[in-house]
Design a protein around this ligand. Sequence first.
Ligand code: 13P
Length: 341
Amino acid sequence: MSERLEDIAAAMVANGKGLLAADESSGTIKKRFDVIGVESTADSRRDYREMMFRASDAMTKYISGVILYDETIHQKAADGTPLVDIIKASGALPGIKVDAGAKPLAGFPGDTITEGLDGLRERLADYYKLGARFAKWRAVIDIDVAKGVPSATSIGSNAHALARYAALCQEAGIVPIVEPEVLMDGAHDIDICYEISKATLTKLYTELYAARVVLEGTILKPNMVLAGKKSGKVSSPDEVAEKTIKLFRETVPAAIGGIAFLSGGQSDEQATANLNAINAIGPHPWKLTFSYGRALQAAPQKAWSGKAANVAAAQAAFAHRAHMNHLAALGQWQPTLEQAA
Ligand code: 13P
C-alpha cells in the first residue's frame, strides 16, 4: 500500500474498520492480568497478544491497525514469527505507543503532563524500521472543577507536546494519532465534559497548525462527551452522540484523516452503542471509528484467563466485539445483535 501519510491515515479508518489498542504498559497489563488471575511475564503477555493477533476473522475483517507497546513490537510469537509479521499478514497496520506516560505537572496539583519527547526522533526512526506506520501519544486531562483541574497550563502544555510529537512523526513517515483524553473518572456532568473537551480540542488544533502538522496525515483519538463516572449518571447514546458531534463540528477541522475514539472506562456495550449513535446521526465530515483498549479486550481477556485451551473461545469473544464495533462504525449496530453471541 501507499506510504503517503494521508493514505495510511485513510486506511486506518476505512470500511468500518478500527484500531485495536493493545499498547498497555507493563504496569497496566499486570493490573488487567491480576483480574483474571494470570501472572504477567514477558511470555504470558506475548501469548495473550499473539492470541488476538492470530484471530484472523476479527483481524482481517474489522481491524485496520494495532497499537503496540515497545516490548510487543520487538516480540516473536511462540513459533518464532515476529508479532509484527502476524499483524501485517492479516492486512492490519502495526502502530506504536511512543509517549512515556503522564507525570504530575509541577506547580499544578491534580494536573499531568505527558512526557517522552526527548530522543523521540531516533526512536521513531527505529520503530519505522520495525514496521510501525502510525504512532500514539496520549495526553491525560482530568476534571475536578472544585480544585481548578484542569488548568489552562495543563491544557496548553499537553497540546504543545502533542504538536511536537505529531510533527516528529510526520517527519519520520509515521501517522500520529493525537490523543487528548479528557477522563470520564470524575463527578462532573456531561456539560462540563463538553466544555473541557472544547477547550482541549481548540488548543490542540491551534498548536497543530502552529507546528505545521499536515492534518490530513493525522488521526484524532478523542473521548466521547459524557457524564463522569462518579456523577452517578449514565449519559444516553443519543445525548452522547448529539453533544460529541456538536463539539467536533465546532473544534475539529474536516481536513483530518479521521477520528478513532478511546473507550475510556465505558462498558463494552456502552462504547459500542455510543459509537453507533454517533454514526447513525451522520453523515459527518470525518470517518468516526473505534480505537478501543478495554472495550475490545475485556471479554477476550476473561475468556482466555491464561489457558491455551481457551484460545479459540477468547478469539471468538474478540471477534464478536470487533464485529459489533465494526457495525457501530457504520451506524448499523443494534442491541439485539449482542444476544446472538
Ligand atoms: P481504552 O479504550 O481502554 O480507553 O484504551 C484506549 C487507549 O489506547 C487509551 O490510550
